[in-house]
Write a protein that binds this ligand. Structure first.
Ligand code: FAD
Length: 693
């Protein structure tokens, strides 16, 4: 069947750039198949609504926060829910929708699912089944086959309108075994080119296959992947052109002052008043508290608010990357970045086909963009791996890179690249023949995002100062990582702590350090509603293990300050469920919490220690909650607000389950009914979460 050429509208809602980059992939593929594509962000698309020029629209959108629209989708979201729209507003439209989410969050895919509902309410028809990708296990598991099958679905729709094809799942490549009695499993080391064949007993075949797969490494593949015909992504178009010019003047401050996404305030400098280590020497994780001073500006914040910390990649790592790319000599020479002429030449008024990514300044230096603009730690998407393959001169390395970005290599990609969170430098270190031009990396590396931190202070303590608490994230050399590193932001803060400690220890010997020369670029983030209720009489149930206790310190300090100025302020009970590993290594803020408890600011201080066996006690906060079922439900019935803060991976879901069980027990309810009761609390904004992965 010959494919009719038609117009496609591609609409994306993107917070971190993933949805946009997937949309860009789809655009490139669609264009290679002769579709005419227009790509717009959700907000940009509003102006052209109801998109009458298009029959087919493809939506790719993520969710942010508690199932909220991403930053470039808020106007769109308001528009499609507008009461003025008739039920047939989008009747002419056929759509496909790809939702990106993360099952670590309780409202998995909240926004994409709501968009789908709303599209259908406005009369739009699905021409291809929606797919829901989960970042917790790897978006590509769903995204790749969905894109793969989008084209036959479109073709089918053009040929036979209004039939809905199923999403075809990824075809698993089977091990070929010519002799059925004695299967032969080949372990092929493509890099060393040393095929190793061994006959095995049939009954152990399954076990062996598992071992064989486990033998694959980033550099070395095994059969069947090493032998099969690969389906690889299209090579992304090279559209950026970079020209060095030592005569140009570049001022980094002009770039750094630009507002960041999700910011409520401008980006400003805050002096680091102190960086204090809160954990003992033997603690499993190192936790620090940073206290900032906003001098001379004051910022207006409430307890429970969070800030964005604009971080920088480490100088050492940027140097390693520049050296590996043979660009160290030009690291500080200003350059101009623009779209290659063939893509920039346009009919007047038309939208350019390619644009310089918005996070890249058009005048800068390589050291600057790699330090402040690009997420050099991001896991290379398959499109980047495809580019790396293109620029590898060694055939074996090229083949392995092709495998890693192929449809058939998805399992290897997930296990060997995504799970250990490898980055582009790990790839370049592992594949020495790979020498991509820097422009190709700039086209692919996403924007370096600010890291959010919940404030652990109250403005009533000191309006010009605020603090936050964080764990230093560590990535040891293992699982393909070619060098040891700390998290981008927490590593940068740890390096400052280390330097301050060394400067200070000569004077005081203390691990509480302060230094004039250290500052951070920060901004106040838009409030997510995680704040104290209007009435101080509302009972509070605070649940926050580890650094999740941070915003509650702000809540409690705030209440103490309010009581200082008004000792007769009527206050409802406050319960804190708190979890640490051990009493002597990481019971963060022990003294403050016990003091607040002793003066009645904190009604119940319930702490559990997960690594202490004696005396026997509940392990985690969720276990502790199960011990207080009846009084907790009573507090909730009296109007309590529940706040959950910290790890989204396990804790937040387990806490929610514990509360569902509490309702079941205390009110003799079925599980479904208890779930509804918890959802009702969320709707009433009495169950609030500030969680992160
Ligand atoms: P990156 O270089 O970005 O590495 C991130 C990777 O490290 C992740 O992919 C993950 O695998 C791993 N990782 C991330 N966080 C942790 C962690 N805590 N422990 C172990 N591994 C981790 N963090 C705090 O410590 N305190 C806070 O008060 C806090 N508040 C937050 C509030 C919000 C609204 C959000 C969304 C996040 C918050 N975070 C907080 C998480 C924080 O923003 C960063 O993700 C974290 O500090 C890692 O940043 P990084 O640049 O050092 O690590």
């Amino acid at each position: 069947m010959t494919l009719q050429r038609c117009n496609l509208l591609l609409i994306y809602g993107s917070q971190t750039g993933q949805a946009k980059s997937i949309a860009e992939d789809i655009k490139a593929k669609a264009e290679s198949q002769n579709y005419d594509v227009e790509m717009l962000s959700m907000d940009e698309s509003v102006e052209k609504m109801p998109w009458k020029d298009f029959r087919f629209v493809i939506f790719i959108t993520s969710s942010t926060g508690d199932g909220d629209p991403p930053e470039n989708a808020c106007i769109f979201w308001r528009k499609i829910r507008s009461k003025d729209l008739n039920e047939d507003y989008l009747k002419h439209l056929e759509y496909a929708l790809l939702g990106l989410g993360d099952t670590n969050y309780t409202t998995f895919l909240g926004y994409p699912k709501s968009v789908e509902k709303q599209l259908q309410k406005l009369g739009a028809k699905q021409f291809y089944k929606s797919a829901w990708a989960d970042d917790a296990v790897g978006l590509e598991i769903v995204v790749d086959p969905w894109i793969e099958n989008l084209w036959p679905a479109l073709e089918n729709q053009l040929a036979h309108p209004h039939t809905l094809p199923d999403l075809v799942s990824v075809v698993k490549v089977q091990t070929e075994s010519p002799n059925t009695n004695i299967p032969e499993v080949k372990i092929i080391s493509k890099v060393d080119d040393q095929p190793l064949a061994m006959p095995v007993q049939k009954e152990v075949e399954e076990e062996l296959e598992k071992c064989v797969v486990a033998l694959a490494s980033l550099k070395v593949s095994v059969s069947p992947l090493s032998e099969c015909d690969l389906k690889v992504p299209l090579l992304p178009v090279s559209y950026l052109e970079l020209k060095f010019n030592a005569e140009l003047m570049f001022f980094p401050e002009d770039v750094l002052r630009k507002p960041m996404p999700s910011s409520r305030s401008a980006v400003f400098q805050a002096r680091i008043k102190s960086l204090k280590k809160l954990t003992g020497e033997k603690a499993l994780k190192t936790t620090l508290q940073a206290t900032l001073e906003f001098c001379p500006a004051e910022i207006e914040y409430q307890p429970g608010d969070s800030i964005g910390v604009c971080c920088a990649n480490s100088a050492e790592e940027v140097d390693s990357l520049l050296r590996r790319l043979n660009m160290i000599e030009q690291a500080d020479t200003p350059f101009k970045l623009r779209i290659k002429e063939e893509f920039a030449a346009l009919k007047s008024g038309a939208k350019p086909k390619y644009e310089v990514p918005s996070h890249l300044p058009t005048l800068a230096t390589l050291r600057f963009v790699l330090t402040r603009c690009c997420e050099i730690r991001s896991v290379p998407r398959k499109s980047l791996v495809r580019i790396l393959a293109e620029y590898s001169s060694n055939e074996l390395e090229k083949r392995r890179l092709m495998e890693l970005c192929s449809l058939q290599g998805s399992d290897d990609y997930t296990r060997l690249v995504r799970q250990p969170e490898l980055n582009v430098l790990d790839f370049l270190n592992t594949f020495p023949s790979c020498n991509p031009p820097i422009e190709r990396l700039l086209e692919q590396l996403p924007r370096l995002l600010a890291r959010p931190y919940s404030l652990s202070s109250s403005p009533l303590q000191d309006s010009k100062s605020a603090s936050f608490v964080f764990n230093v994230v560590e990535f040891p050399i293992q699982d393909g990582r070619t060098y040891e590193r700390k998290g981008v932001a927490t590593g940068e803060l740890y390096r400052m702590f280390d330097k301050m400690k060394n400067t200070d220890s000569a004077e005081s010997g203390a691990s509480n350090s302060s230094c004039r020369e250290y500052s951070l670029s920060i901004f106040l983030r838009s409030s997510n509603g995680f704040c104290l209720p209007k009435s101080s009489e509302t009972p509070l149930i605070l649940i926050g293990p580890g650094t999740g206790v941070a915003p509650f310190l702000g809540f409690l300090a705030h209440r103490e300050e309010l009581l200082k100025s008004n000792p007769n302020l009527p206050c409802g009970p406050v319960w804190l469920f708190y979890g640490c590993r051990t009493r002597d290594q990481d019971y963060l803020f022990k003294n403050e919490l016990e003091r607040w408890h002793s003066i009645g600011i904190l009604t119940r201080l319930l702490v559990t220690f997960s690594r202490e066996a004696n005396p026997p006690q509940p392990k985690y906060v969720q276990d502790l909650i199960r011990q207080y079922t009846t009084p907790l439900v009573k507090l909730i019935e009296k109007g309590a607000c529940i706040y959950v803060c910290g790890d989204a991976k396990n804790m937040a879901k387990d806490v929610m389950q514990a509360l569902i069980s509490a309702f079941q027990t205390a009110r003799q309810m079925e599980e479904e009914e208890a779930k509804k009761a918890v959802i009702q609390l969320q709707i009433e904004k009495r169950y609030l979460q500030d969680i992160w992965t």
